[in-house]
Design a protein around this ligand. Structure first.
Ligand SMILES: Cc1ncc(C[n+]2csc(CCOP(=O)(O)OP(=O)(O)O)c2C)c(N)n1
Ligand SMILES: [Mg+2]
Length: 510
């Protein structure tokens, strides 16, 4: 039996079972750099192997590279072998190449720290050469616990002191606390909520060209919306300002299927845009601020991980929807009325789809958990194919790709099937932390009406009115809009991944 025991020399049991063993690498040999050797039992009966590497004579006769002179030094090691092994056992020294979840800095000029080649939060410890003498390497390094979180108030203050002027945002729950801090400090660093990331990027470009210093914050899904602005505006005109994108993660079976693709490919997307990415530091507000500042000089996009910002409560502009029914009350009514019918309900990104999963179990639902802003257009396509469609959207979803209204309006009086667009207006982005949408200046009905979509009803604020509107719509064809005011329900669970994925079937079951 021939064992490759590299890096395990003396640390694993039962090596004595091997007839021959090879050790190599500096790490496995108590600090001997580049060393390698072969050990074998006396009186070995050696079989010839055709393979070069497996042939024992290859090693015995040193036909491959390996500084076998190092074997000599082991003669000395063997006398104190037990002693050394004790020193490399856990508790005495970190094991070789061990990942530790702390930040390591050196406290001794003899210590050499290598920066990691990949994005690592913690440190990898390889105590080379530290087993031989009795110096404990822990005495030569400083090990600091991570905060794992930036102090949001301190960080916001640093951004303001640095001279950043605006926070241009399409919300992501990862940025909720920073957004709250910005709203609390709106006289110093105004919060600028934007209809879409493409809009936000252009607004920031305009600000930066006039000498302002905006910071753009978006969700990873929204970085795709900014593609045209980045590649055909920022790059050709050499405009640089900080862009921070959250990095939504995904695990198999997770129902946030909309994040699965970029969960692994976000760095590739940033790379394709021609930028480098840097993980926003979790440990030091000053370092994080410097990373953001550096984006004004070089083509770099900052990546924001979950739980980066410490909690901050909103002090102003707190939402009050208490006079409106909860969205669940409207949804339950529709569940009862349309249970078992052919009407297909499209639930949008945000909490609408989630709430539909809970409160509309008996209708045919398509859960559009991604593609924010695209629900009306998706509904239009299905209606063009003759289906009876009801889009259930949100107020933030409404504005994201508002151009879809103009396309839909063109087909209102044609041969299009039936399409109803119900916008549940809770004046906020409920699913990303409840930030207000600040869209009081909009007259949704006028915008829709101006796009030639039918608006036959006043804003709905009661369930009774909603029931009447639904009755009236039963008799109508074409494309209709209903503006419904709704308050919050308690958080509902996301429908399971399989249910979401298979919900495309509702378009086929006629
Ligand atoms: C392109 C894109 N940008 C941002 C997001 C993050 N996001 C998810 S839901 C949402 C807001 C939804 O608000 P609204 O449509 O009003 O629905 P509500 O949750 O309030 O019911 C945002 C900004 C996203 N999913 N996709
Ligand atoms: Mg909303």
């Amino acid at each position: 039996m021939y064992v490759n025991a590299t890096t395990f020399v003396g640390l694993k049991d039962q090596h004595d079972l091997a007839n021959a063993m090879a050790f190599s690498s500096c790490k496995g040999l108590f600090g001997i750099r580049g060393a390698a050797f072969v050990a074998y039992k006396n009186l070995l009966k050696i079989h010839d192997f055709v393979q070069f590497y497996l042939n024992f004579q290859t090693h015995q006769e040193r036909r491959i590279t390996g500084p076998y002179y190092a074997v000599a030094s082991l003669h000395g090691v063997m006398n104190i072998h037990n002693d050394i092994v004790q020193r490399v056992r856990p508790n005495q020294q970190p094991l070789l190449c061990k990942y530790i979840d702390v930040k390591v800095t050196k406290d001794d000029t003899n210590v050499v720290l290598y920066p990691p080649c990949s994005d690592l939060k913690g440190s990898v410890v390889c105590p080379l050469g530290k087993h031989w003498n009795k110096i404990n390497m822990c005495d030569q390094i400083i090990v600091k616990e991570f905060n794992y979180m930036l102090d949001t108030i301190k960080f916001t203050k640093l951004l303001i002191e640095e001279g950043f002027t605006h926070l241009i945002v399409v919300p992501c729950s990862f940025a909720k606390n920073l957004i709250n801090a910005s709203i609390n400090n709106s006289d110093k660093i105004p919060y600028v909520p934007c209809a879409s990331e493409a809009v936000g990027c252009s607004v920031a470009a305009g600000l930066s060209m006039t000498g302002q210093r905006p910071i753009v914050i978006v969700q990873s899904s929204g970085l795709t919306n900014m593609g045209s602005c980045i590649t055909s505006l920022l790059i050709p005109y050499d405009l640089k300002f900080p862009i921070i994108t959250s990095w939504r993660t995904y695990e198999t079976g997770d129902s946030e299927i909309q994040h699965a693709h970029l969960a692994t490919r976000l760095p590739d997307l940033i790379d394709a845009y021609g930028y480098e990415h840097v993980l926003l530091d979790l440990d030091s507000e000053v370092t994080a601020k410097e990373q953001i500042k550096a984006c004004e000089q070089r083509m770099q996009i900052c990546v924001l991980q979950k739980d980066t910002f410490s909690p901050v409560k909103l002090e102003t502009d707190v939402l009050n929807l208490s006079k409106y029914p909860k969205r669940s009350e409207y949804l339950k009514l529709m569940n009862e009325k349309f249970s078992g019918t052919e009407k297909v309900f499209i639930g949008t990104t945000g909490n609408t789809a989630r709430d539909m999963g809970t409160f509309m179990p008996d209708t045919s639902n398509f859960f559009m958990v991604g593609n924010m802003g695209g629900a009306l257009s998706l509904g239009l396509g299905a209606a063009m194919a003759g289906r009876d469609i009801c889009v259930c959207g949100g107020d933030a979803e409404f504005v994201m790709h508002m151009g879809g209204l103009t396309t839909a309006g063109r087909y209102n009086k044609g041969s299009t099937g039936k399409l109803t667009y119900i916008m549940f207006d809770n004046e906020s982005n409920k699913s990303t932390g409840g930030q207000r949408t600040y869209q009081d200046h909009l007259n949704y009905s006028k915008i829709v009406d101006g796009s030639s979509i039918s608006v036959d009803y006043d804003i709905v604020t009661t369930v009774a009115d909603f029931a009447q509107v639904l009755e009236a719509l039963d008799e109508k064809s074409g494309i209709h809009f209903v503006h419904v005011k709704a308050s919050y329900d308690a958080e509902t669970p996301r429908p399971e991944a399989e249910i979401i994925i298979n919900s495309t079937d509702v378009f086929l079951n006629k």
